[in-house]
Design a protein around this ligand. Sequence first.
Ligand SMILES: [Mg+2]
Length: 185
Amino acid sequence: MIVLVDCDGVLADFVGAVLGSYNDRAGTAHAPEDVTQWDIPASLGVPAAELYAEVAEGFCSRIRPYPGAREALDRMREVADVVCLTAGWDAVPTWDYERREWLVREMGFLRYDVVFASGERKSGYAGDLFFDDKYSSVVSWRAANPCGKGVLYRQPWNRTDETDDCAYSASHMASVTRVLATGRD
Ligand SMILES: [Mg+2]
């Protein structure tokens, strides 16, 4: 079995890290629950340049893992080969290097099991299960991999996205083992 898992929004609390740095600077109290659409700056009414001002060298390394993410991965590794498909960030030259190091250090990945791909390009990678918090990525992956299960990892920013009867979803990594067995959490 091959499991393909996204990083930001599934394993890594990217939104929490961005909001934490912005709140410290701006004196605001935005929470991840306030991010109700995929476009984070638009969701908060904050210019992207201000929101991402501290997303530079070193930022990626400081992102915290979601509780239970590493444990869920280790459970999956008992029955599957787990590969991380994660987007790079061209505007931050150190991002990809720090992301791979983070995934090795925090999540126990081997370096060659970290693949940089974003959006619909992820659909070119075959697997049995696919976890992502971006609805359009799940839809495109499922279209290209009809024998696999594309699982939308539920977050506030995809709560309003429609899912049809064939879609699978998970609300936290601890439920992943149930998703593996039943397709539902
Ligand atoms: Mg993501």
